[in-house]
Design a binder for this molecule. Sequence first.
Ligand SMILES: Nc1nc2c(c(=O)[nH]1)N[C@H]1C(S)=C(S)[C@@H](COP(=O)(O)O)O[C@H]1N2
Ligand SMILES: [Mo]
Length: 300
Amino acid sequence: MAHRWTNDLTHDDVTPKSAYLNRRQLMAGMAGLGLTALAPKANAAADLTPTDFDVISQYNNFYEFGTGKEDPAKHAHRLTTQPWSIKIDGMVDRPGDYALGDILSKMTIEERIYRFRCVEAWSMVVPWNGFELKDLLDLAGVQSSAKYVAFETLYRPDEMIGQKSPFLDWPYVEGLRLDEANHPLTLMATGLYGKDMPKQNGAPIRLVVPWKYGFKSIKSIVRITLTDKEPPTSWNKSIPGEYGFYSNVNPEVDHPRWSQASERPIGGGFFAKRIPTLKFNGYETEVANLYDGMDLRKNY
Ligand SMILES: Nc1nc2c(c(=O)[nH]1)N[C@H]1C(S)=C(S)[C@@H](COP(=O)(O)O)O[C@H]1N2
Ligand SMILES: [Mo]
């Protein structure tokens, strides 16, 4: 089931040697925890230095728990994640409610160290654990008429207290074109740093699309729908002039209210130096061909 993914990532701001040592220590640590089911890959992504776990799990955007960066870590403990199932419907051969445990029993969890770039111009490097979305779509059997994949987050205002205020039109929804969804970089993440996904990061299962702005990576997913129409997306519905359907990371296309040319790595202190933002967040070699012939300024 698992596809191996290697690429030739490079990053200006890391020391390959220390990253390599980090990684070996991490793997040793995971072995110590008995997490042998993980299949970490010593790919070139290892020359990225992961952001500290405490930073990744305490500086969050998850508006279902409030709009402040500290709100999700404060309030997400209310979220119950068991039982959990994902309804897969629309243009699939085998629609149904898929219990998360059943899904996981069919998947090989691997580690992917990805850059993560929020549209607000901050960034992290996250060692995710998960499986390729394509493997889940294959379970359901995508029909040839399908062109897009729509995603929906849990709606449960008693636990997700941010949903009691109309900040966004709940539930949070997102979407990808089918070829984006099937791309081997596109991950369904169930954990990070070899631990179960922290609730504030989108437990028990979330999307990770590393070449797009962070808001495309929808959290706590309960429904996936295959469709032939471009699905509505939360931030586009909220402010269409600022957030488009594609939202590929692009240093050449500024947000109407700020530059996207550089980013602030979180975890290095507020005065840490900004680093240049890379086209497609550094995954240009892998994904640029998905957009051949498209005007990326128009399709922002
Ligand atoms: N359901 C849901 N998914 C969401 C969000 C949200 O508010 N609700 N925020 C998005 C944004 S703007 C970002 S930057 C990332 C943040 O992920 P992290 O907190 O794990 O870093 O989640 C994305 N997914
Ligand atoms: Mo974001």
